[in-house]
Write a protein that binds this ligand. Structure first.
Ligand SMILES: [Zn+2]
Length: 491
């Protein structure tokens, strides 16, 4: 007998004394076995790490679609042309070609090729022969009229540098060149920027131009102007510094290679009696990294057992229990998202093209990386204090005799999960799990098997907390699905 069993016993006594001695322990064992079966299947090598757009995706969709159908859910896409699986198209971009040419009064100024990096966030970015405007550290962004048609030359502000770079582009600069006069080297920036970037096809990233130049190359380009980097920095330090045009023009060009990834969110629904009173959304990401290691490593597959086969398993078992219970007032939507690992792509796509008006969603509960804690731990609310959901969550926890963890340590991770993408669209979203109440457990996982081939079933998996999560979330979703308990606050 374990503490989870005792807690369950307490609840059973309170609501259904008749079934007290029937089989609480058996139900609990059955639940853990169900979770284990899903995780075993989804994290097996056959799924090849569940990478969007691969056969591993096709297998994942087939598995979840069948499970959810058998449980008794209906399609939640609300799109007869695409039942169950809502298409999401992701564009992956990698830097391809680049060119930087500096001129003074029509004459080319020599700058070595390997001293400049030019990148674009779009397919192609191009600036021809634009005057260079020195903006110092960029702490004061010049007006649009001054930036338009010009390339801003920015001193490196370290971590704030990329924010200032973006601010200058937003304010109308044709491009931004950052002088790497701080801690970052051109190699650092190149390594960082050569990684793939991902965007939804619906986003138009345009053709921004960002460039980086070494201090010595900039000094070379300034030769004959009477200026050098030391003098420019001194000017930028002076009170009342104003941006100034340099006697220098530049042409910058960068292109990216694009690949399209055709992938899907899985959306199921348990229809409520009064859907006009809103809906409850519960979600977990199905995707992972596919093959994430390179030879000579023997195990190349990132199986993602904890991250996030466990979350999808909990989602599915919550669905099973809700489908067996009384019909809720509200519609309950079940969402397995794609592309979480590459920037919440599926959650963002859901929010941009939702199957129901987002304002109808009374509450959203995300589940990510949950098979860490043993049974009997309190439940952390990632996003506590950030949504209007807290009082109702506390009321439910109290009625279910479950303890919430209120230290808010897990809020440090609120921007690292799908719920964040929904919050950016004003959907009240939190992530509730007992695995997140002891942050040292999460951190230990992050330092070891997280996002590595070691996140697989053979590491041994703790399902006590995940089973607690199923029980908690089942009751919580039922609570929020009850229109008398949680009235609809129309937005
Ligand atoms: Zn992850």
């Amino acid at each position: 007998m374990n503490r989870g069993f005792l807690a369950l016993l307490a609840v059973s006594v309170a609501i259904q004394p008749a079934v007290l001695w029937a089989k609480p322990n058996k139900a609990r064992l059955e639940l853990e076995a169900q979770l284990r079966a899903h995780i075993t299947e989804l994290s097996s090598d056959a799924y090849d790490g569940r990478e969007p757009g691969t056969d591993g995706e096709a297998m994942t969709l087939r598995y979840l679609g069948k499970q959810w159908f058998d449980i008794g859910l209906v399609s939640g896409t609300n799109d007869p042309a695409n039942p169950w699986f809502a298409p999401v198209t992701i564009i992956a971009r990698e830097p391809d070609t680049e060119r930087a040419v500096f001129t003074r009064r029509g004459k080319r100024v020599f700058v070595p090729n390997n001293a400049v990096l030019v990148v674009t966030s779009g397919k192609r970015g191009l600036v021809e022969n634009a005057p260079v405007l020195f903006v110092g550290k960029g702490d004061h962004i010049p007006p649009r009229a001054e930036l338009a048609g010009r390339v801003a030359l920015l001193l490196d502000g370290g971590s704030e540098g990329s924010e200032r770079q973006n601010a200058l582009l937003l304010a109308g600069a044709s491009g931004v060149i950052t002088v790497l006069d701080g801690d970052r080297s051109l190699e650092d920036v190149t390594a960082h920027r050569s990684r793939k970037g991902y965007a939804l096809i619906s986003e138009n990233p345009g053709g921004d131009i960002e460039a980086f130049i070494t201090p010595s190359a900039l000094n070379g380009a300034l030769m004959g102007t009477g200026l050098d980097l030391t003098k420019l920095k001194a000017q930028a330090e002076k009170a009342g510094f104003a941006p100034r045009t340099l006697d220098l023009a530049v042409s910058l060009e960068a292109t990216s290679r694009e690949t399209r990834i055709k992938t899907h969110n899985v959306i199921g629904k348990l229809p409520g009696k009064r859907p006009e009173l809103g809906a409850v959304l519960i979600l977990a990401h199905w995707d992972h990294f596919g093959r994430c290691a390179a030879p000579p490593a023997e195990d190349l597959i990132c199986n993602g057992a904890v991250d996030n086969a466990s979350g999808v398993a909990v989602l599915t078992e919550v669905a099973r229990r809700l489908a067996k219970g009384p019909q809720p007032d509200r519609d309950i939507y079940f969402l397995a998202t794609t592309g979480e690992e590459i920037g919440f792509m599926g959650a963002e796509a859901f929010a941009e093209d939702p199957p129901l008006p987002l304002g109808q969603i009374v509450a959203a509960f995300n589940i990510d990386t949950v098979a860490l804690a043993p049974a009997g731990r309190p439940f952390a609310v990632v996003g506590q204090g950030m949504t209007p959901l807290d009082p109702q969550i506390a009321a439910y926890a109290k009625s279910a005799k479950r303890k919430l963890d209120d230290d808010q340590e897990a809020n440090a991770y609120v921007r690292r999960q799908d719920g964040w993408a929904l919050m950016r669209h004003d959907v009240p979203a939190v992530m509730i799990s007992s695995s997140w109440s002891d942050i040292s457990l999460v951190e230990r996982f992050m330092e070891s098997d997280y996002h590595r081939p070691g996140d697989q079933l053979s590491r041994g998996i703790e399902l006590g907390g995940a089973a607690d999560d199923v029980e908690f979330l089942t009751g919580l979703v039922r609570w929020f699905g009850d229109a008398k308990r949680v009235p609809f606050a129309a937005k």
